[in-house]
Design a protein around this ligand. Structure first.
Ligand code: NAP
Ligand code: HSE
Length: 432
């Protein structure tokens, strides 16, 4: 039997436990595929006494990072601790020592990607990060390799499972946001502090990573415009369904001749679009390239074994690259410095719900304000009466966001407009 390749695992939580379990359960086949066994020699944790999801030799657990980072026998470091403090430091130390690094850490990559890739290149090693977006879904490798011959026009995805679960339940069961969020927390899908998921931060980090690869330009987390789902009501989900749309938290990255737009927000998606059928905690990433056309990657975006599936795939790639001395085959691909469009410059369609006075001439006044700002209306429906008031649902044609916002600002100041109750973008084509 050949000598094992030694791995240092940083973290033994949800993902780290999945990695240990997977390497054990499929160890024989993995050894066969690599021609050498993989061995987790040491695991960094904060608390050695904490009960674990998997059985590990207590002697392997350590709270001393240097016992891993400074060990010359450890060739591959797997960072599944999370955060942007110690994790960044340990990854940089590992790269500086020429070790290969595998990470699932989107928070870190979305902020410090350039620093990490530069360090990998400078030390002739590599950093692999398939698990950082879409959990078990292969998307980083497809974008970097299989689709590399394409010019990518658009990447549009559901990249957060918690919010997709909440919106699915609100839509199917008519229950409100707060109630379904509580259920998602009880089921362990949503964190005790669910802010990063429901306010779109988690999805924005993932979209920064995807956009950087798709358009070969560095996009960081602060470049991504984001809105969360906490203001979505069952009323709007129901009206959207009547019009032929599902409401989804979408990550959208597009490039045209003028720059790159990267945004995360809830949006109406035609029920006929493949993303509309992605339910519960599932994720999917829809990619459009000039040669491949439309293609979609679907699966579990989180969880212990699905995420470990991507991490172990990367560990095996790192092991093969070590054996064949081909590390860093594809290093950083951000060759360009493309401008990122401000949200005001995007062009899309909008769903609007307004509460207005029910009087003759009100519709004409509203249409006039939109018309003055070149906002063209595709449809106007009076949904219901609320005492003396009327509830209007409007869909626009494609308009520049800045024009729409200016029109809404004027409308908000009119005495006949009591409330602008909802503004949602409409993406993915026409509802049929
Ligand atoms: P987790 O369950 O909170 O586990 C984190 C582990 O890291 C724990 O074992 C913890 O030790 C250890 N750790 C954290 N900070 C440490 C420090 N400063 N020193 C030593 N050990 C430390 O996290 P997770 O859910 O597995 O996520 C790990 C990473 O994977 C994150 O970057 C996350 O964004 C990413 N990711 C997660 C998922 C998912 O489904 N969970 C999916 C995709 C990507 P103790 O156990 O002793 O506290
Ligand atoms: N919290 C994320 C989600 C999983 O709900 O999809 C980790 O990326």
């Amino acid at each position: 039997m050949s000598e094992p390749i030694h791995i240092g695992l940083l973290g033994l939580g949800t993902v780290g436990s999945g990695v240990v379990q997977l390497l054990e359960q499929n160890g024989a086949a993995i050894t066969q595929k690599l021609g050498r066994p993989l061995n987790i020699s040491r695991i960094l944790v904060r608390d050695r006494e904490r009960p674990r999801q998997v059985v590990v030799d207590p002697a392997v657990l350590t709270t001393d990072p240097q016992s891993i980072l400074a060990d010359p026998d450890i060739a591959i470091i797997v960072e599944v601790m999370g955060g942007t403090g110690a994790a960044r430091d340990y990854i940089l130390q590992s790269l500086h020592r020429g070790k290969s690094v595998v990470t699932a850490n989107k928070d870190l990559l979305a902020l410090y990607g350039k620093e990490l890739f530069d360090a990998a290149e400078a030390h002739a090693t590599e950093i692999l990060f398939e698990a950082s977006v879409g959990g078990g879904i292969p998307i980083i490798h497809p974008l970097k390799e299989c689709l590399a011959g394409n010019r990518i026009h658009q990447v549009m995805g559901i990249v957060n499972g918690t919010t997709n679960y909440i919106l699915t339940k609100m839509s199917r069961e008519g229950r409100n946001f707060a109630e379904v969020l509580r259920e998602a927390q009880d089921l362990g899908y949503a964190e005790a502090d669910p802010t990063a998921d429901i306010e779109g931060d988690d999805a924005a980090r993932k979209m920064a990573i995807l956009a950087s690869i798709a358009f070969s330009t560095r996009i960081t987390y602060p470049d991504v415009y984001k809105e969360g789902i906490s203001r979505i009501t069952t009323q709007d989900i129901s009206y959207a369904a009547d019009l032929g749309y599902a409401v989804k938290l979408l990550g959208i990255a597009r490039e045209d001749g003028e720059g790159v737009e990267v945004r995360v927000h809830p949006a109406l998606v035609p029920l006929s679009h493949p993303l509309a059928a992605v339910s519960d905690v599932f994720n999917a990433i829809f990619v459009e390239g000039d040669a491949v056309g439309e293609t979609m990657f679907y699966g579990r975006g989180a969880g212990s074994l699905p995420t470990a599936s991507a991490v172990v795939g990367d560990i095996m790639e790192a092991a093969r690259n070590l054996q064949h001395r081909t590390r860093g085959r594809i290093s950083c691909t951000c060759f360009y410095d493309k401008p990122v469009k401000p949200i005001g410059d995007i062009i899309t369609k909008y769903y609007l719900r307004l509460i207005v006075a029910d009087r003759p001439g009100v519709l004409a006044t509203i249409a006039g304000v939109f018309g003055d700002r070149e906002v063209s209306l595709a449809s106007v429906i009076q949904e219901r009466m609320l005492g003396e008031l009327a509830e209007l649902v409007l869909i626009t044609h494609h308009v520049r966001e800045q024009n729409l916002q200016e029109a809404l600002h004027v409308l908000a100041g009119l005495p006949v407009v009591k409330e602008i109750a909802c503004i949602l973008r409409v993406e993915g084509g026409e509802a049929r």
